[in-house]
Design a protein around this ligand. Structure first.
Ligand code: XMP
Length: 508
């Protein structure tokens, strides 16, 4: 599939660029800024390169650069913000520290309405976030747009193959940013926008067939959207050779095992249900450190899959890992390890199975669209996300069966109260977190000394960032009353009003 590569110079909205491109049907990938010309050359599907924004100054010591041999590839290049400055500098232009920065929405005077700016108005609302400015363009380049403080806010080479903008077309505050990205991808790079969910499905099924051939595979089915989509997709590719394994860890949602049986039992998918609750609680006994919990859970998962794989003679382990899991587990070059997603970071080095992750490059909303293309029932596609390590990461401190029962019941109460409100469709996740502290309350006319629960309800589009849900107090009050009435170990409920970042959605 024709592809645009985005070289990541550490910009906050780097992934937004690829999201925008994919949204209008052009496949894009984010790669580290030092991805070499040689690596690009080995991929004939690459038709253009975007240099992302970044927090550094091009003249700073050790400021990230890109492989200059890329210029020899005759490949269209599009610099955004830092990328705009770097491209200008590397082609012989000059970048200086501006006297005043430009932040937020600004007006761009479009001076040339061809190429990148074809079809746009003379004045465009754009979003900027910079202090450095390009003060001299490379030889033969023309200014195609300016703002009150940037005389060279956008430039283009004569053949339009080298373009740059000081602003951010990928953010929604740039009114016609999508049109600019489309002009680059479709007109300048000559890519046909054929990256649709139907095509993606076809290509992934082919990839799965080519990868696994006639070999057998097991997939960890958690009941969530990602593993359900991965299972349905791989089942189409290798049919009978796939066995789905659901591990009941004792840390799952209320009624999860029954749900799984109902949702997948009659879908022609071979399903094995493993009751491993005792094994999990005993492995987690006395453990309080979040990363240790994740590692223990991840390792145990894999050991169980290895066991089941042996029984079914499978050589492959399939996982529903998606892009954001890999980014947050620090597996992409510029990403820090925020937490080890159990299905990514917890794999033991001596894994006795080959690993295949068909959704590894997809964002969450793409997975949901794929679920629709696969015609998975609404009850599967519209489910709330649930983390692989399950309730263990919603219990601060030691994980015990009693504490798991508290957060499980609380989660069920919270979901059942929200499900029938108009807010449900906007909610990414709603759940309770158990805190190992106690506080004083009143029960009947008696003093009580019990645990609090944290109520966490968040809205998000793709898990990379999230806002706490601003729900009416009446709804929160109903939930709080039910939690304290129906769970005898609880006498207090607090609402988590932190966004992501700085917090993460889960507490561990
Ligand atoms: P955080 O807490 O990182 O969560 O903001 C983002 C989304 O990812 C889910 N999550 C996980 N999913 N394995 C998973 O499959 C994991 O280890 C894991 N940790 C967090 C979380 O529930 C939220 O939807």
């Amino acid at each position: 599939m024709d592809t645009i590569l985005i070289l990541d110079f550490g910009g906050q909205s780097c992934h937004l660029i690829s999201r925008r491109l994919r949204d209008f049907g052009v496949y894009a990938e984010v790669l580290p800024s030092d991805y070499s010309a040689k690596e690009i050359m080995a991929r004939p599907e690459v038709k253009g390169v975007i240099l992302s924004g970044g927090a550094r100054s091009v003249y700073e010591k050790n400021a990230p650069e890109f492989d200059k041999a890329i210029f020899a590839l005759d490949m269209p290049l599009f610099g955004i913000c830092y990328g705009h400055q770097l491209l200008a500098k590397q082609l012989g232009g000059t970048v200086e520290n501006g006297t005043v920065g430009e932040y937020g929405q600004q007006t761009l005077s479009v001076t040339k309405k061809t190429g990148l700016f074809a079809g746009l108005a003379s004045k465009e609302k754009i979003w900027m976030n910079h202090k450095d400015v390009v003060t001299k363009m490379p030889e033969g380049f023309t200014v195609i747009g300016k703002t009150s403080h940037s005389a060279i806010a956008a430039y283009a080479s004569k053949d339009n193959k080298r373009v740059g903008v000081q602003f951010h077309p990928e953010v929604s505050h740039t009114d016609h940013g999508t049109e600019m990205l489309k002009n680059f991808a479709v007109t300048i790079c000559k890519i046909k926008p054929t990256y649709t969910s139907a095509n993606l499905l076809k290509e992934t099924i082919k990839e799965a067939k080519d990868t696994m051939g006639n070999e057998r595979a097991v997939i960890g089915l958690s009941g969530g959207v990602d593993s359900s989509v991965a299972a349905a997709l791989v089942a189409r590719a290798i049919g009978e050779n796939l066995t789905a394994v659901y591990v009941d860890t004792g840390l799952m949602r209320e009624g999860e095992t029954d749900y799984l049986r109902k949702a997948f039992g009659d879908k022609g998918l071979k399903l094995i249900i493993v009751d491993a609750a005792k094994e999990y609680f005993s492995a987690l006994k006395g453990v309080t450190d979040p990363e240790t919990k994740r590692k223990i859970i991840g390792t145990l998962f894999v050991r169980i899959f290895e066991r089941e794989a042996k029984k079914t003679k499978a050589q492959w382990l399939i996982q529903g890992t998606i892009y954001s899991d890999r980014i947050e587990s620090g597996l992409t070059k510029h990403s820090a390890n925020i937490k080890s997603h159990h299905n990514v970071g917890g794999l033991p080095k001596d894994l006795g199975l080959k690993l295949y992750e068909p959704l590894r490059d997809l964002y969450k909303d793409e997975v949901r669209t794929l679920a629709k293309t696969l015609k998975l029932p609404k009850e599967i596609t519209d489910r709330q996300v649930f983390p692989g390590p399950g309730l263990a990461i919603r219990i601060i401190g030691e994980v015990t069966p009693e504490r798991a029962a508290i957060v499980r019941k609380a989660g069920d109460i919270i979901e059942s109260e929200l499900m029938h409100t108009k807010h449900w469709k906007d909610i990414w996740m709603s759940f309770a977190v158990f805190l190992p502290v106690q506080s004083v309350g009143i029960s009947g006319d008696e003093r009580s000394y019990k645990h609090p629960l944290v109520l966490r309800i968040v809205e998000s589009r793709d898990a990379m960032s999230a806002n706490f849900a601003k729900l009416p107090y009446e709804i929160l009050e109903t939930i709080s009353t039910r939690l304290t009435n129906e769970i005898k170990e609880i006498n207090r409920v607090v609402y988590d009003i932190t966004n992501k970042p700085p917090a993460t959605m889960e507490w561990e």
